[in-house]
Design a protein around this ligand. Sequence first.
Ligand code: TRP
Length: 486
Amino acid sequence: MENLNPKRDGFTSKFGIIAAAAGSAIGLGNIWKFPYIVGINGGAAFILIYLVCIALIGAPVMLSEFLIGRRAQKNAVGSFKKLAPNTPWFLTGWMGLGAAFMILSFYGVVAGWTFFYVVKMIFGAFKDMSPDAIGGMFGNFISGTNDAGTFGEWWHPIMYQVAFMALTAGVILGGVKNGIEKYSKILMPMLLVIIIILDIKAISLKGSSAGVEFLFKPEWGALKLSSVLDALGHAFFSLSLGMGTMITYGSYIGKKENLGVTSIQVTIADTLIALLAGLAIFPAVFAFGIEPGVGPGLVFVTLPNVFNAMGNIGQLFGIMFFVLLAVAALTSSISILEVVVAYLSEEMNLDRKKATIISTIIITFMGILCSLSLGPFTQTFPILELSEAEGFARFFTQYGFFDALDKISANFLLPIGGLMISVFVGWKMKNEDVKEELSNNGVLRIGYFVVFDFLCKFVAPLGIIFVFLYNLGVVKAVFTFFGWEI
Ligand code: TRP
């Protein structure tokens, strides 16, 4: 089936494909989130579990997404409509669209913080600030509070968020070849260079070896079942899976490319950058005697202290670090917006410009609510989640808008989307279609197909169902019921 539409925009080179797909995968998830969940979960043992999740579930689901998109030559919704006409499978694409709106809303807020930190670093604003003062400043900034404790500066984080969203929309307006591919090809090498410089600096600090050990020497005793499930959940987010991002990107990949190799390259790049980010952060954290398990504030509160402790050169490294974070966020956010724009332009016949502007305005508005929900907007929303604190008798937990969108997308939409995608490829798609997408120059090694098929049919779906139940608190509830340790 040669159905490449010559008029359809798409990637033009192998490097462009890798840069764009790795650009999507490598984001705040790698540089902000991965180090802090490694910190909370005790280091190397968690990383090993994460690697297993990536290999057994992450990589096959990514290949499934690429394969669906390239076969159908359509967006996340259109792909299912084309490959499984007159069935409800297209709802998987719709869920992905919902997830795209939600994730980009809060993602844009955190990305805005990285812009603010670049500016702060350039002006040397953290110099001479005590660790407590830095924590206080971060808290005030994200909640839009001023020192008097009133919400006078609610617009401050929003200003940066809006700037970030405008930049994201600008890249998307350029199209696939002249927007996404072009900027990814510039930004991703830049990211790699910055992170390597930061790594060299961190490792050469006196006392850094404790940090390296923390990352690479497993303490199995510290590992809990919850760590295993955190690892799988994060694998999904980090590889941009379950939402149709890689379906959309897959539809821009030429027929000659080897999808299996591409998925593995992207998976390795994503994992490598996460590890390099850990290697840039923990040696420095340990060298200056700072606690590694502080959670989400690790990058925004702990690191400025680390840069301060480096003396004058610290400011330069600080600027580089937050530019790195902003670049990583940008290439990810464009991939999220592209899911929506590709859908609106192909299924709703909007032109690309209108589609981009409309979706960006809606997402930016939702993002403003996310930002405000860390301060003056105190309305909470009930999210389905069994609460351990009350003996699992309460089914809903109240969350603010930001956390509610995060929970709904990460705990429900992404895992269900990933489940549907692997089940679709494993059980629903025609075997010949799958085989054709997997073969290269007409050759398909049978072992490759058998392993992939087994992962899609059984390993990925069962793994995901387990995580899903865990996120709902069901696994914990059952363990508690039987009096088991978890
Ligand atoms: N993977 C990105 C990160 O690590 C975020 C991201 C981009 C994403 N596209 C996605 C997450 C699609 C889930 C689904 O920061």
